[in-house]
Design a protein around this ligand. Structure first.
Ligand SMILES: [Zn+2]
Length: 372
């Protein structure tokens, strides 16, 4: 049996191998654990980074959404304001279209106005329908017009309306001239049918109102309807030089006439007034015939203008309604009218201002260039 140094060497060798094996295994375990810890740390870091990226994206989307909503609200407000303006223009044009039926030489100008009104109505309707998000698979809806497009539709209405008014004025003058020529012929002794039967009816109504007022002892002042045979003197203005004011009648429904240039200035002044206050000027009296001036002077004596001297007799003066809280000296409308009317040839004369000799806040006159 072998003993001594050989056995000792064998034991030492075995022990060394065991030590090495144990050490190697321990190292491997520690290494695996370390690797796991590093992996876990990397995963957490990646998740944190992803969260931050998503939060940033959400914040950016919210900002974009807010900006989009603000832009949509601003556009909607602009569209609504434009629609209101155009509604006023359509409201002015509609009676012009209705009143011109059969009273223009070229029907095409009326058709153009009708088409412009239809287009403006369509623009207003599309613009004021509340926007709804389109369904994903819906066909593209037509783009709603923006404010400039809506306003352009209104401008087209104004242009077409002015053309109709001009065409009707031309037709009216030709018709009046023909009637006047016929009346001067000796052979035309037989009563002629008048093209102004509605104005005649209204003049009759005015006369009836005067009779009624006289019976009751209360004077009713009414606007005079000019006649075709006027000689152009104060209170005798010929119908051919006078133009109808398209809005507002006097208290018994008489139509309002002014000299055509004054009427045109007033129409433009009224457009500006409506733009500012959202309503037309409330008219009381405009043209006043000589007979009417005599009647007023008889009632008021020295307070009234001497018959034949009133600017109302020339169709170049107007009275707004005597509503002190609306048109009185202290009102916003009065200040605006005094400041703005001269742009359109109208003005408040010094003598009827608050400090004037005859304070009449309701009275305005037409004389381009004058401001007081
Ligand atoms: Zn007056």
């Amino acid at each position: 049996m072998r003993t001594g140094p050989a056995r000792r060497l064998l034991r030492t060798s075995v022990a060394s191998v065991v030590v090495l094996v144990v050490a190697g295994a321990t190292f491997a375990v520690v290494q695996v654990r370390a690797d796991h810890t590093a992996d876990a740390r990397t995963t957490t870091q990646r998740a944190d980074e992803a969260d931050a990226t998503q939060a940033a994206a959400r914040a950016a989307a919210a900002l974009a959404d807010e900006a989009r909503r603000a832009r949509e609200a601003r556009l909607a407000a602009e569209n609504a304001a434009a629609a209101t303006t155009v509604q006023g223009q359509v409201a002015t044009a509609e009676p012009v279209l209705a009143a011109s039926e059969g009273k223009v030489d070229d029907e095409a100008v009326r058709q153009a106005l009708a088409a412009a009104i239809d287009a403006a109505r369509a623009a207003i309707t599309v613009a004021t329908v509340p926007a709804t998000p389109p369904a994903p698979d819906a066909p593209d809806a037509p783009d709603a017009p923006d404010a400039p497009a809506i306003l352009a539709a209104g401008t087209a209405v104004d242009t077409a309306r002015v053309a109709v008014e001009a065409a009707q004025a031309t037709w009216q003058q030709a018709t009046d001239a023909a009637a006047s020529a016929a009346a001067k012929k000796p052979s035309a002794a037989r009563p002629q049918p008048t093209p102004r039967s509605s104005a005649t009816d209204l003049a009759d109504a005015a006369a009836a109102a005067k009779v009624k007022a006289a019976a009751g002892g209360v004077p009713v002042w009414v606007t005079s309807v000019p006649t075709a045979d006027g000689d152009g003197s104060n209170g005798h203005m010929p119908l051919s030089s006078m133009c109808l004011i398209r809005w507002g009648t006097d208290q018994i429904g008489s139509p309002q006439y002014l000299r055509c240039d004054a009427a045109d200035g007033l129409r433009r002044l009224n457009d500006a007034f409506r733009g500012r206050f959202g309503e037309s000027l409330a008219m009381d009296l405009t043209y006043r015939s000589y007979d009417e001036q005599v009647r007023i002077a008889a009632y008021y004596g020295a307070l009234a203008a001497a018959p034949g001297t009133s600017s109302h007799g020339l169709g170049t003066a107007l009275d707004v309604q005597e509503w002190p809280s609306v048109y009185g000296f202290d009102t916003e409308r009065y200040s605006w009218l005094v400041a703005t009317a001269p742009t359109y040839g109208w003005f408040a004369p010094t003598r009827v201002r608050e400090a004037g000799a005859y304070p009449e806040y309701w009275h305005y006159e037409y004389d381009p260039g004058r401001t007081s």
